[in-house]
Design a protein around this ligand. Structure first.
Ligand code: NAD
Length: 486
């Protein structure tokens, strides 16, 4: 895919790429220099209606649902191969559109391919049960695709999250209408093109970037959508749930986080310091599961803060395509919000151990670059402790004992991930039991994309699970058939 191919992109509806009905477009901006990168068709409610109608037709009377599962699997596998074929171009596009370092985009693209491979592997293994009812009865269950899945995707991992939702839905036999964020829509559209090339029948996978308040609202409230997977912020998620409730549409909610990374004094710091730094500074902190709170055992606090500050100061910032240690944040709005949070934190009594400002090195002045930042002396109850900043800002607190750290770890409204760094397996297992979050990592943070691992939130981080085999439950419904004979 040549670079020129991403300069103008249309909507993917009914197996065709075309402009919006209104002719409207928007510019996708390169956050490393705030210049336009591509012109993209802007879907409005009218286009979403057409996309849903195309998906509805493909599901109700098209070939997708009548195809043998093994044939569906072959097409999903083919998409994975095409993603791998175009991996470098996709990664470069992601880095330009979102700003993330090239090696992170390469990982995202690899993970996207893995989603299609993983779910291709299960498309022909979606089995039901037989249930013993005694002589004269045969009772069995069938797992049927739920129908048209509406998927609303954020800007922080467009190709990865796009694939994470589309692949299991397609494997289950559903048809998909995906609305990527208008902040970074390019790779989701390129994925839509690859779906057509791989042989997905018309209407099975539609991609309609547009404004949340227009295209997004229409998708969430559309009466012919049978299921919604929403990934984004808590306030938007609540709004989407209300729209979906009006037509009794089941939803998966993948929302925000303020995940604790817990470091005990006995931790192996050679492992811990890079792990903790990566958990917050990857994708410039714009990761739902970022380890954005650091809880350090008091006796190791000063040493850990010192080592992490050195690490943060040594990081090289630059445009994502140059593969720096950290790229820009996504937009001016996000940039200003992050720096405002630093001021809020200072006002609340936090101490800036390092960073906290716009990065001003040569070549960065026109982009949205924020220094990797550590805020020390943070306490529960401060906004910088409780709220998701969604930037490269690590809030650091200290703890004295196990009971205190359990209390602190659970002391936000979120519950997405937690990390525990210790050589003591008993402490690790105790925390794994007591922390309320959807994933817990011990002496690591994340698992290279974690395609196989169920992922989702406790509390306001959401509900439902994506990834792994559990994700399929969102796209299937169980029918029970009871037969009396003899
Ligand atoms: P956002 O809530 O602003 O937008 C998410 C998506 O919703 C976008 O496509 C947007 O256009 C759409 N949207 C906005 N308003 C809408 C409306 N009124 N109706 C329907 N759709 C609407 O979130 P964002 O800023 O794009 O992403 C950042 C947030 O996403 C963070 O809170 C982050 O934690 C969360 N996130 C969660 C996960 C997860 O898996 N749990 C993954 C990535 C990001």
């Amino acid at each position: 895919m040549a670079a020129a191919a991403v300069e103008r992109l249309g909507l993917i509806i009914g197996g065709q790429e075309r402009p919006a009905r209104s002719g409207a477009t928007f510019e996708s901006i390169d956050p490393s220099n705030s210049r336009p990168l591509a012109v993209v068709a802007r879907a409005t409610a009218e286009d979403v209606d057409e996309a849903v109608a195309a998906a509805r037709q493909a599901f109700d009377s098209g070939p997708w649902t009548s195809m043998k599962p093994a044939e569906r699997a072959r097409i999903l596998w083919k998409i994975a191969q095409l993603v791998r074929r175009d991996a470098e171009e996709l990664a470069r596009t992601e880095s330009r559109d979102n700003g993330k370092p090239l090696r992170q985009s390469r990982t995202d693209v690899e993970v996207a391919a893995r989603y299609f491979e993983f779910y291709a592997g299960v498309a022909d293994k979606l089995m039901g049960h037989t249930i013993p009812l005694g002589p004269g009865f045969l009772d069995y269950t069938v797992r049927e695709p739920i129908g048209v899945s509406g998927q609303i995707v954020p800007w922080n991992y467009p190709i990865q999250i796009g694939a994470r939702g589309a692949a299991p839905a397609l494997a289950a036999g559903c048809c998909v209408v995906m609305k990527p964020s208008s902040e970074a829509p390019l790779t989701a559209l390129l994925l839509g093109r690859l779906g057509i090339e791989a042989g997905l029948p018309a209407g099975v996978f539609n991609v309609v970037p547009g404004a949340g308040g227009d295209a997004g609202e229409r998708l969430a409230s559309h009466p012919h959508v049978d299921q919604l997977t929403f990934t984004g912020s808590v306030p938007t998620g609540i709004h989407v749930m209300k729209l979906a409730a009006d037509h009794v549409c089941p939803v998966v909610m993948e929302l925000g986080g303020k995940s604790p990374n817990i470091v005990f004094a006995d931790a192996d710091l050679d492992l811990t310091i890079p792990g903790v730094a990566n958990a917050i500074f990857q994708n410039a902190g714009q990761t739902c599961s970022a380890g954005s709170r650091l809880l350090v055992e008091a006796s190791a606090h000063d040493k850990v803060v010192d080592l992490l500050s050195q690490k943060a100061r040594s990081m090289h910032l630059g445009p994502g395509v140059d593969d720096p240690d950290m790229g820009p944040v996504i937009s001016k709005t996000q940039f200003e919000k992050i720096l405002d949070y630093v001021e809020v934190g200072k006002g609340e009594g936090a101490r800036v151990a390092t960073g906290g400002r716009k990065a001003t090195a040569a070549g960065l002045q026109d982009g949205y670059f924020v220094e990797p930042t550590l805020l020390a002396d943070v306490q529960p109850g401060m906004r910088v402790h409780d709220e998701e900043i969604f930037g490269p800002v690590l809030a650091v607190s200290r703890f004295n004992d196990l009971e205190e750290v359990v209390r602190m770890a659970n002391q936000t409204e979120y519950g997405l991930l937690a990390g525990v760094w210790t050589r003591d397996i008993n402490k690790a297992m105790y925390l794994a039991d007591k922390i309320k979050s959807g994933q817990i990592y011990v002496n690591t943070y994340g698992a290279g994309g974690g395609v196989e691992l169920p992922f989702g939130g406790y509390k306001k981080s959401g509900f439902g699970r994506e990834k792994g085999l559990e994700s399929l439950n969102s796209y299937l419904q169980t029918k029970n058939v009871c037969v009396k004979f003899g």
